[in-house]
Design a protein around this ligand. Structure first.
Ligand SMILES: *[C@@H]1O[C@H](CO)[C@@H](O)[C@H](O)[C@H]1NC(C)=O
Ligand SMILES: *[C@@H]1O[C@H](CO)[C@@H](O)[C@H](O)[C@H]1NC(C)=O
Ligand SMILES: *[C@@H]1O[C@H](CO)[C@@H](O)[C@H](O)[C@H]1NC(C)=O
Ligand SMILES: *[C@@H]1O[C@H](CO)[C@@H](O)[C@H](O)[C@H]1NC(C)=O
Ligand SMILES: *[C@@H]1O[C@H](CO)[C@@H](O)[C@H](O)[C@H]1NC(C)=O
Ligand SMILES: *[C@@H]1O[C@H](CO)[C@@H](O)[C@H](O)[C@H]1NC(C)=O
Length: 321
């Protein structure tokens, strides 16, 4: 069954066969991916785009195909604050996975949070995409941090890089582990049309603050979804300086994430509108993993990226899994 699904996935999402053996270290983590199952769990009517399905079975086959042992499943925006699909997927993963939920911090009950925690949820997400004023982002971060503190969860942020200037003085007092996704949204020259941004990411507003928070061990950042920050597909060589700066300045605060199944989002909507299912991006995940390993540069840093750092972030204490 697993083999059949893996082959099927290779056709659907990965034109190549993944090298199972040795692609990633034993006990590796994928710190952010999504399960989407509109047939069993309807999408929010307010969604900004409509993805196709990427079921829990396909997700498990994808991770197994990469040799990844632990998956962090993040509720995608198209489900609003309905975490049913996440709880179902966590159950399917039999205790090997962690979850990141999305809640209304003003109204979520303690009972609900306790239930999520028991199911394997270890994080709560704040998702502004490229939007949001600093004031709105700071308010949402503080409210969701209060939610995260109740069970010592992590706070996952998808926010514009420049918002870290406003958060720089706030994150140290939150009392929670914070993770920024997708290279903290440091956009390089192929995106901004300013090649100097690629040569020197410190030119980007907010980058200095991100590095400082990481160096003080207050912020984790994922190497994931380079297509959010660069137009240099398929291998995103222009993200190298960003990735290496993160890993040199804070080797213990960088984690790998696949962002499978690679949704496009609102910008991928056709003229037919947000309710028409759109395709996933075609991404060669094993090629990206190879790239991150090359950028990491040493076996020790590769091990930190895939195993040691996510274990600390997701509070995994079993040394044998
Ligand atoms: C959709 O948006 C409307 C208007 O903002 C809101 O009243 C409604 O509760 C939302 N529905 C869901 C399922 O989020
Ligand atoms: C979890 O266990 C069930 C029952 O043994 C099994 O069918 C399923 O494939 C397991 N899930 C994963 C992700 O291995
Ligand atoms: C919000 O940001 C996303 C990119 O993250 C973009 O696709 C979308 O158009 C933005 N929405 C608004 C209302 O600006
Ligand atoms: C929820 O739990 C927090 C601490 O964990 C507590 O301060 C708060 O009073 C609880 N809220 C309710 C409504 O019980
Ligand atoms: C970069 O230049 C291209 C081509 O001129 C243009 O389409 C794009 O909008 C520009 N992007 C930005 C962020 O200015
Ligand atoms: C995907 O990347 C791997 C290298 O990691 C390569 O062997 C394979 O040919 C690539 N597949 C495609 C379809 O480009």
């Amino acid at each position: 069954m697993l083999v059949r699904l893996t082959l099927c996935l290779c056709v659907l999402y990965l034109p190549s066969t993944l090298a199972v053996k040795g692609l990633v270290p034993e006990h590796s983590w994928d710190s952010q991916m999504h399960v989407i199952d509109p047939e069993r769990f309807p999408l929010s009517p307010n969604r900004s785009y409509t993805p196709k399905s990427a079921t829990r079975e396909q997700a498990a086959a994808f991770e197994a195909g990469c040799g990844i042992a632990h998956t962090v499943i993040v509720l995608p925006s198209v489900y609003g604050t309905d975490n049913s699909v996440l709880l179902d997927a966590l159950d399917y993963f039999n205790g090997t996975a962690r979850g990141i939920c999305v809640v209304n911090p003003d109204s979520v009950s303690n009972d609900t949070l306790a239930k999520y925690h028991a199911a394997g949820v270890r994080g709560v997400r704040v998702n502004f995409g490229a939007n949001g004023t600093d004031a709105d982002i700071v308010e949402a971060v503080k409210k969701n941090a209060a939610v995260a503190r109740r069970h010592d969860w992590a706070l996952e942020l998808w926010i514009p890089l420049r918002a870290f200037k406003a958060l720089h003085s706030i994150i140290p007092d939150l009392g929670v582990r914070v993770m920024a996704d997708h290279f903290a949204h440091a956009e390089v020259g192929s995106r901004t049309n300013n090649t100097l941004d690629t040569i020197d990411p410190y030119r980007l507003e907010g980058f200095r603050e991100v590095i400082d928070l990481m160096a003080r061990k207050l912020l984790f950042v994922t190497l994931s979804a380079p297509y959010q920050d660069s137009n240099d597909a398929p291998l995103y060589q222009d993200m190298r300086v960003v990735a290496q700066t993160l890993m040199i300045k804070a080797p213990e605060m960088v984690v790998y994430a696949s962002d499978w199944p690679h949704t496009v989002g609102q910008s991928g909507n056709s003229a037919a509108g947000r309710l028409v299912p759109q395709d996933f991006l075609k991404v060669n995940d094993s090629a990206l993993i190879d790239l991150y390993k090359e950028w990491a540069g040493s076996p020790a840093q590769i091990h930190r990226l895939f195993v040691d750092n996510p274990r600390r972030l997701w509070q995994w204490s079993d040394p044998d899994s």
